[in-house]
Design a protein around this ligand. Structure first.
Ligand SMILES: NC(=O)c1ccc[n+]([C@@H]2O[C@H](COP(=O)([O-])OP(=O)(O)OC[C@H]3O[C@@H](n4cnc5c(N)ncnc54)[C@H](OP(=O)(O)O)[C@@H]3O)[C@@H](O)[C@H]2O)c1
Length: 305
């Protein structure tokens, strides 16, 4: 670790925080990175989601403060991918402000979404994203929930040719849209797809992940914790002792390591608005992952609670 990086970690409160041993040990191991098939560029396998958790209503300095700590902890821990959307209230403005304050500026991978009908309205929204994120280049813009896909994809491809964005994608978080997404994936060339997938919501593993592998598309996973549903399912239950065999020390790591065990998954983007959640979740991208037999055991476990 360089002195500058160590200084940044201390500034972000992660070395000085007296974290429990599993986190402290895990923090010294490298973060798993996965390649984006269309370029081979790698990104860390755990990103930061910003729907809810206070990002959408982060208009005041007071509301911004815990999110600043969260993003600083994320960057200090080696996190780079931040997922947001033009429709997430104040989120893009909050991210733009916080990331522009980070010093030294860490290399971030900013992903946002266009959610509009019609070319003019899509363009207007995208220009607002550049302004609010305080950047001249956005890494990934995806069409949100397949809305007006043909029109918005045409615009995004023009932006990519112009060098203003680097990757183009589409997203959904509704099982009812999985068939339409699959059809689109067969027809279109896309850098990224973003889809809902969790230990208790496994449709994507049947329909979308194999197709992404076949079509060479990067996969970002939204709702990896089922918006908290998975934590409610295991409330009061101890982590199975066999979880230690894949370096898993918390329920969040159990849920996220399950997702990362699918090698086609490029990154999962849990929503996080607390520094301790960042530290916990980044550790899912460190150490061993469950093998296929263990993955089945995890599915049986969650189906039984
Ligand atoms: N169609 C789309 O494109 C689409 C749709 C939905 C979501 N998304 C993206 O996907 C991201 C993830 O989805 P989501 O945020 O709705 O749901 P999620 O990631 O499944 O769950 C987020 C919830 O889990 C909590 N959490 C996170 N880490 C935790 C930990 N280690 N221990 C205990 N609780 C923890 C968060 O709490 P705190 O906030 O308190 O940390 C938050 O309440 C979104 O933020 C968004 O960026 C995209």
């Amino acid at each position: 670790m360089t002195i500058a990086r160590r200084g940044f970690l201390v500034a972000a409160g992660t070395l000085a925080s007296g974290l429990p041993a599993p986190f402290a040990v895990a923090e010294t191991a490298p973060l798993l990175e996965r390649p984006i098939p269309s370029t081979g560029e790698t990104v860390p396998a755990i990103g930061l989601g910003t729907a809810g958790g206070g990002y959408e209503s982060a208009g005041s300095d007071e509301a911004l403060a815990p999110l600043r700590e969260t993003i600083r902890t994320f960057a200090a821990g080696g996190g780079r991918v931040i997922d947001t959307a033009s429709t997430y209230g104040d989120a893009e403005r909050a991210i733009g402000r916080i990331t522009s304050e980070l010093a030294p500026a860490p290399p971030m991978f900013l992903a946002t979404k266009v959610d509009a009908a019609g070319r003019a309205s899509g363009n207007e929204q995208i220009e607002q994203s550049f302004h609010d994120l305080r950047t001249s280049r956005i890494d990934l813009i995806a069409v949100h929930n397949l809305r007006d896909t043909a029109t918005q994809l045409a615009t995004l491809r023009e932006l990519k040719r112009a060098g203003r964005i680097r990757y183009v994608g589409v997203t959904t978080s509704y099982e009812s849209q999985h068939a339409a997404l699959a059809e689109l994936m067969r027809r279109e060339t896309l850098d990224f797809v973003q889809i809902d997938f969790a230990l208790d919501n496994r449709d994507a593993a049947e329909r979308i992940l194999p197709l992404a592998q076949e079509r060479g598309m990067a996969v970002m996973i939204n709702l990896p914790l089922g918006r908290g549903r998975l934590f409610r399912a295991v409330r009061g239950k101890p982590l199975p002792d066999w979880a230690a065999a894949f370096d898993c020390h918390s329920w969040a790591q159990f849920f996220l390591k399950y997702i990362l065990s699918f090698t086609v998954v490029t990154c999962a983007i849990p929503g996080m608005s607390k520094p301790e959640h960042v530290t916990d979740n980044l550790a899912a991208a460190r150490g061993r992952l469950p093998d296929e037999a263990t993955r089945r055991r995890m599915e049986t476990y969650i189906d039984g609670v």
